[in-house]
Design a protein around this ligand. Structure first.
Ligand code: FE2
Length: 301
């Protein structure tokens, strides 16, 4: 598609929250006529749009009819981060899950690759099968530079002293990560938050939680740290819950956002595909503890 026809083929609108208010980040892109395929959109334009708006929802385009065509598209977008299982994670409920990712439970906020040797810059999601809104399952995206803007000064002061330590063991890896709550974007150096949210207190149905520690703050500041982070990160101006439609493609800036998931109805058939794409060059994980990196490397090869 040449530039002239491209400019007339898409429409951009701000993301809107649960009460129809505009979010402080994100954009929805829709085609201005039927049967425009996502792979006809210029990749450079889309990559720049994700870096600028942090989250791009592509809706009502012709998209991918197989995981193979999704991978082919993503390999034009950038270098795919390969996992032991391949390029595509099939996000579906498993019958007897060993981890919450494959349960129908909620997933607390986190960033992808936090436990691995490299951290992908982008996540590409494709919705294969959507469920009714009443069945839950929205994906939550929270924009951390905007969370810093809306947070009160005393919260930012507390965050500036705090550091999170997280340990996680799953089938593919076992590793430990330490990150300051207020960090810098690894390539563009503006302030961001790195925070892996603990599961809600007293939830003993949550499968395979990570181990969480927060230091740099007094013991009696621990609860305030978690409550102030949740208050800012789930602020409606900063947080967006995406209700999926079949065919949706969502591209997220994993360096800047945190993401999680609402619980959804068991056996409802929710099915997303996810591909990780590296920045250029790929980012070596600045937070992983080296003593565990070897295991993570092995798990990914
Ligand atoms: Fe994730």
């Amino acid at each position: 598609m040449d530039e002239h026809s491209f400019q007339h083929s898409v429409e951009l609108a701000p993301l809107r929250g649960a009460y129809d208010e505009p979010c402080m980040f994100g954009v929805v892109v829709t085609p201005s006529r039927p049967h425009i395929h996502i792979d006809s959109l210029p990749v450079e334009w889309l990559r720049d749009l994700v870096r600028d708006r942090r989250l791009v929802v592509l809706r009502d385009f012709d998209s991918f009819d197989s995981s193979h065509s999704l991978v082919r598209y993503c390999s034009a977008f950038g270098e795919i981060k390969m996992w032991q299982f391949g390029a595509v994670l099939e996000l579906v409920q498993h019958p007897n899950p060993e981890d919450h990712v494959f349960d129908n439970s909620y997933v607390p906020l986190h960033w992808d690759g936090m436990y691995l040797d490299t951290v992908p810059e982008f996540q590409v999601f494709h919705c294969v099968h959507a469920i009714d809104e009443a069945q839950g399952g929205r994906t939550i995206f929270s924009s951390t530079p905007e969370a810093l803007l809306v947070a009160p000064p005393q919260a930012r002061e507390l965050w500036s002293r705090a550091r999170g330590s997280y340990q996680r063991s799953v089938a593919l890896y076992s590793s430990r990560t330490q990150a300051p709550i207020i960090d810098r974007h690894p390539r563009r150096h503006f302030p961001i938050l790195r925070f892996c949210e603990p599961p809600r207190d007293s939830d003993d149905t949550f499968i395979n939680p990570s181990i969480f520690e927060f230091d740099g703050i007094a013991p009696d500041e621990h609860q305030m740290l978690l409550s102030s982070l949740r208050s800012a990160l789930y602020d409606p101006r900063v947080s967006y819950a995406h209700h999926w439609q079949a065919g949706d493609v969502v591209v997220a800036d994993n360096f800047t956002l945190l993401h999680g998931r609402e619980a959804y109805a068991s056996r409802s058939g929710r099915h997303l595909r996810r591909v990780h794409i590296h920045g250029d060059p790929p980012l070596n994980n600045p937070h992983i503890s080296t003593s565990y990196q070897h295991q993570a490397n092995q798990a990914e090869t």
